[in-house]
Design a protein around this ligand. Structure first.
Ligand SMILES: [Fe+2]
Length: 398
């Protein structure tokens, strides 16, 4: 029986099989059947952005160093949510709030020189558990909830987007855990730069930005001093500002010289930063943030990475308030992975601003006469309680 293996564990002598799995469901699966002949061939497979392959142990002269459970990985790639979104939102909201409060506490503590990881471990597990049950709950909360203290919510949001993305790419729970920890602590070094620069309610000058840039190295160094810390956490956190073309910092690493964790956290960090509400700017609509990131494909990130992130999060992510061509306003309730411009929207306001009760779900893939004109700006969506809409969605559309 074919077994799934991470491309990092491929070795010359292993026989790859094509199981016929759909590319849409398994975008990172290498499927060219045949014997792997050399290390160079493996390097090329990794370079092309594949993350896993099926091999046949019976036809292989050699076994990989570490096997990944076939069943576990298949489930993580293709399994539908085990819990509906309205049902998951309650648990996810509790875990999210607890994580932001905790991030505030460990970040402020880091200012005094103390770095403590142990108490964060169960919180990262609670995020992974929620994402495993229904990823839309955590990813929508990360955009719906607004905290004045951006630095702390950002740590949690980056954890959420990193974990959700890695789950989509088929990472194991053990890998999600190390990645989640790296995401939570990725900006630890920001606590080691002057607070007046960190919290400046405006865009930074070049000099101030140079000071802020030191946070990547300072954070990695502080983490490296923690007894027993896994090296993947230090690496993932320390490399979140490296860029595929080598123009990032602190080490100017490029291509596969940047660890997979560093690359994933970099995408999550950029998406959250662009789409965040700050004191000096409104949140950028997800579609606009994603289009800017798409323009940086192959430069900031390896070819394929942003494209997969867009596919995972959707052009109109769940929880986005939108206007329709009919003049009605609604909230995106369910993505359509194959037709991203035609998700399911719950319509809550008529063109004259009157509430629609009960809210009506419209599958835009079945009503091609109706289109999304634009995501609503915060000022236009003030009268829509997005979280309540998602929590009270009719089960029939889920
Ligand atoms: Fe950063």
């Amino acid at each position: 029986m074919p077994l799934l293996v991470s491309v990092n564990n491929l070795r010359p002598g292993m026989y790859i099989v094509n199981t016929g799995a759909s590319w849409l469901e398994h975008p990172y699966l290498y499927t060219k059947e045949g014997l792997i002949r050399s290390q160079a061939e493996i390097a090329e497979i990794i370079n092309q952005g594949f993350s896993e392959a099926y091999y046949d142990p019976d036809q292989s002269a050699i076994q990989p160093e570490e096997k990944i459970s076939l069943e576990g990985v298949r489930n993580s790639l293709a399994a539908p949510p085990s819990v509906s979104l309205p049902e998951e939102l309650g648990a996810a909201e509790d875990a999210y709030t607890e994580c932001v409060n905790h991030a505030k506490s460990f970040m402020l503590e880091a200012r005094t020189g103390k770095v403590e990881l142990e108490s964060s471990r169960p919180l990262v597990c609670s995020i992974i558990d929620s994402v495993n049950r229904n990823a839309d709950a955590m990813t929508s909360l990360a955009k719906i909830k607004h905290y004045d203290e951006y630095t702390f919510a950002h740590c949690v949001n980056v954890t959420i987007f990193s974990v959700a993305f890695a789950k989509y790419l088929g990472f194991s729970n053990d890998q999600l855990y190390l990645l989640g920890m790296a995401g939570l602590f990725h900006d630890l070094g920001k606590m080691m730069v002057p607070v007046e620069i960190l919290n400046a309610p405006r865009r930074l000058t070049d000099e101030e930005f140079a000071v802020i840039k030191r946070h990547a190295r300072l954070g990695a160094d502080a983490l490296a001093g923690v007894k027993g810390i896994e090296k993947e956490i230090i690496e993932g956190a320390g490399q979140h500002h490296e860029r595929h073309d080598g123009t990032g910092y602190p080490d100017g690493l490029c291509g596969t010289g940047i660890s997979p964790f560093g690359r994933i956290i970099s995408v999550a960090d950029c998406y959250d930063a662009l789409s965040a509400k700050r004191v000096y700017k409104d949140p950028m609509p997800p579609a606009k943030a994603l289009s800017l990131m798409y323009e940086m494909r192959g430069v900031a990130w390896a070819p394929g990475l942003v494209e997969h992130f867009i596919k995972m999060i959707g052009i109109y992510p769940v929880g986005t308030p939108v206007a329709l061509t009919s003049g009605f306003k609604g909230v995106i309730a369910k993505a359509n992975p194959t037709q991203p411009l035609h998700p399911v929207a719950v319509v809550v306001k008529s063109p004259n601003g009157k509430g629609i009760s009960p809210p009506r779900a419209i599958d835009l893939a079945k009503h091609l006469d109706l289109k999304i004109t634009q995501p609503l700006a915060p000022s236009e969506a003030q009268d829509i309680d997005t979280l309540s809409v998602l929590k009270s969605m009719p089960e029939s559309i889920l």
